[in-house]
Design a protein around this ligand. Structure first.
Ligand code: FAD
Length: 486
C-alpha cells in the first residue's frame, strides 16, 4: 500500500473507532493493556488492534458489523484465545470482538440437549452435562481455557476423537450473525432438520471467517458408567503402531488411544522425574482407556489385556482414579519439556490413515536425522491425528532454515501418504503455506467464492486460511500464558 493511501486508511479506521465508541460507549476498550491482551493467541503472534469490543447483546454485534462493513474495518472474533495457529490473532488490526464473557449454559435434562452461549468454556459444559448424567465427549486439552465458540470455529477435537468424533458431531444448531450483520440461526431446539442448505456445517471449522457464533445447541450422549486405563510400553515405534492396528482390528473402540514416541517419553520422564517402566526407560508408549457400561468395560478389559500381553513389553493398569491420574501425567507433561530441545516449536497436527502410520513414523525418524532437529511426536492414534513438534532455536539461522525445510517435507509426505495437514487446529496463519498441498485449485476457489458471497467486504477475520503467512519469519511476543509449562 502506498504511504498516502496507508495514512488515509489509518485515519479512516480511527474515525470509525471514535464513532463506534459513541455508539457502544464503555463496551469499547481502547487502552493499551486491553488491546495487547487480545493481540495474540496461543501462537503468540501479536498484532495490536485498534479496539476491543465486549458486546452485551446481539444488537451490539450488529452495530459493530454494520459499521465495520460501511468503513471496511477488519473484525476478529475471539473466545479463549487458545488457538495454536494464529487464527485469533488480528493480523490486519481493526477491531477484536471478545465473546469470552458470554458464558451462559442451560441444560435440557429431559432431551439431553444443552443451550450454550459462545463463550462457555468446555470444562464447564462437560461438568454441567455430567452432573445431569449426560456426556459431552469432545475433550481438547485446552478445555479449561477454550470456549465453545472457538471449538466450533476450529472444529476442535481431542483425545476422544477415535471413538466419539469431534465438535461437529455434537452441534445441533448454531445462532449468530452473518459477516454483513444480519442475525441467523441454523437449526433450533429440535433434533434434526433438512431445511435448505446446511450452513450450520459450513460455519463449523470456518475459523471465524464466515460468521459470528453467539450461541449453540449441543447434543449430549448418556454418560459412560465406568472407564479403565492401562499404560503399555513397546520395543520401538513400529511395534507400538502395529499394535494400534491389531487393537482396532479386534473391533475394540478405546475411548482414548494415545501414542508417545521415544522422544516424547523422554520429555515426560524429564518433566515428571518418573519413569513408569524403569527397565524400558525412554521407550514408546500407548496409553489406552476404555469406557462404557460396567459389563461392556469388563468384557473389553479382558480382550485389551490379551492384546497388551501379546504386543507390549510391559504394562501398568490403573485400579483407581488416582492411579489413572498418575498414568496420565506422562501424556500431560510431555509438551512442556520439549522446549529444552529448542526455544521454538513448529507444532503440526497432521492426520494419517491407519494403514500408513508405520510408514509415517519411519519418515519422522528420517526427518529427525536429515534436519538435525528434534521432532518429538505424539498423538491420537485411533483417529491418526499425530502432533509433530519440530523444535528449533529462533536465533540460529541454520536451525530456522532446517525447520522450514522439515515442515514442508513433512506436509508433502503426509499428503503423499493419503493424509491431511491438520486434523483439529485448523489453518489460521500458521498453515497457510501448505493449504495448496491439501486442497486443489478448484477446491480453494470454491471456498473463496463462499467467503466472498457471505462477506463481500472481507471484514471478518481477514488474512486467515488463504493468504500466505510464514510463522518462522515472525517473532512471537514474550508472554507467559496460563497453559505454559514452567
Ligand atoms: C494447551 C493447549 C492444548 C490444546 N489442545 C487441543 C486439543 O486437544 N484439540 C484441539 O482441537 N485443539 C487444541 N488446542 C487448540 C485450541 O484450544 C482450539 O483451537 C480451540 O478450539 C480454540 O478455542 P478458543 O475459544 O480459545 O478460540 P480462539 O483461540 O479465541 O479463536 C480460535 C478461532 O475461532 C474463532 N472464534 C472464536 N470464537 C468465535 C465465535 N464465537 N464465533 C466465530 N468465530 C469464533 C476465532 O476468530 C479464531 O479464528 C489446544 C491449545 C492449547 C493452548
Amino acid at each position: 500500500m502506498k504511504k498516502q493511501t496507508r495514512l488515509n486508511r489509518i485515519s479512516e479506521e480511527k474515525r470509525a473507532t471514535t464513532l463506534l465508541v459513541k455508539k457502544l460507549g464503555k463496551k469499547v476498550h481502547l487502552d493499551d493493556k486491553a488491546r495487547f491482551a487480545v493481540s495474540f493467541d496461543g501462537s503468540k503472534l501479536s498484532f495490536i488492534p485498534l479496539a476491543v469490543i465486549r458486546p452485551r447483546s446481539e444488537q451490539d454485534i450488529e452495530v459493530v458489523l454494520d459499521l465495520a462493513n460501511k468503513r471496511s474495518i477488519p473484525v476478529t472474533v475471539r473466545g479463549g484465545g487458545s488457538s495454536l495457529t494464529g487464527s485469533a490473532s488480528p493480523v490486519r488490526g481493526g477491531w477484536v470482538l471478545d465473546l469470552s464473557r458470554w458464558r451462559k449454559i442451560e441444560m435440557d435434562e429431559e432431551q439431553g440437549l444443552m443451550k450454550v452461549q459462545a463463550g462457555a468454556r468446555i470444562i464447564d459444559i462437560q461438568k454441567r452435562a455430567e452432573e445431569a448424567g449426560w456426556y459431552y465427549p469432545p475433550d481438547p486439552s485446552s478445555k479449561e481455557h477454550s470456549t465453545i465458540g472457538g471449538n466450533i470455529a476450529c472444529n476442535a477435537g481431542g483425545m476422544h476423537g477415535g471413538k466419539y468424533g469431534v465438535t461437529r458431531d455434537y452441534i445441533l444448531a448454531l445462532q449468530g450473525l452473518l459477516p454483513t450483520g444480519e442475525r441467523v440461526s441454523w437449526g433450533g431446539h429440535y433434533k434434526k432438520f433438512a431445511c435448505g442448505y446446511n450452513l450450520r456445517d459450513l460455519w463449523i471449522g470456518s475459523e471465524g471467517t464466515l460468521g459470528v457464533v453467539t450461541g449453540a445447541i449441543l447434543k449430549l450422549i448418556p454418560k459412560p458408567q465406568t472407564k479403565w486405563t492401562v499404560l503399555t510400553v513397546y520395543l520401538n515405534e513400529e511395534k507400538a503402531l502395529l499394535a494400534v492396528r491389531e487393537l482396532l482390528n479386534e473391533r475394540i473402540q478405546p475411548s482414548i488411544l494415545e501414542f508417545l514416541d521415544n522422544s516424547s517419553v523422554r520429555c515426560a520422564e524429564r518433566a515428571t522425574g518418573v519413569s513408569f517402566f524403569p527397565k524400558q526407560r525412554g521407550k514408546p508408549l500407548l496409553l489406552v482407556e476404555i469406557d462404557g457400561s460396567r459389563g461392556q468395560v469388563k468384557m473389553d478389559k479382558v480382550r485389551v489385556l490379551d492384546w497388551v500381553k501379546k504386543f507390549s513389553l510391559a504394562y501398568q493398569e490403573a485400579r483407581t482414579e488416582a492411579e489413572a491420574e498418575k498414568l496420565w501425567q506422562v501424556r500431560r507433561k510431555c509438551s512442556g519439556a520439549m522446549f529444552e530441545m529448542g526455544d521454538s516449536k513448529l507444532n503440526e497436527d497432521v492426520v494419517i490413515p491407519l494403514r500408513k502410520q508405520v510408514d509415517f513414523y519411519r519418515f519422522i525418524e528420517k526427518l529427525q536425522v536429515q534436519s538435525g532437529l528434534s521432532t518429538p511426536t505424539f498423538g491420537h492414534a485411533a483417529d491418526g491425528n499425530f502432533h509433530v513438534n519440530i523444535m528449533y532455536s529462533r536465533e540460529n539461522a541454520s536451525e530456522v532454515r532446517r525447520a522450514k525445510r522439515a515442515v514442508f517435507q513433512l506436509m508433502k509426505k503426509v499428503v503423499a501418504l493419503g493424509g491431511t495437514i491438520t486434523g483439529e487446529h485448523g489453518i489460521g496463519l500458521a498453515k497457510t503455506p501448505f493449504l495448496h498441498l491439501a486442497r486443489n485449485k478448484a477446491e480453494i476457489k470454491a471456498m473463496k467464492v463462499i467467503k466472498t458471497a457471505l462477506d463481500p467486504k472481507g471484514i471478518l477475520n481477514p488474512g486467515k486460511i488463504f493468504d500466505r503467512f510464514e510463522v518462522w519469519k515472525h517473532k512471537p511476543v514474550k508472554v507467559r500464558l496460563p497453559w505454559d509449562h514452567h
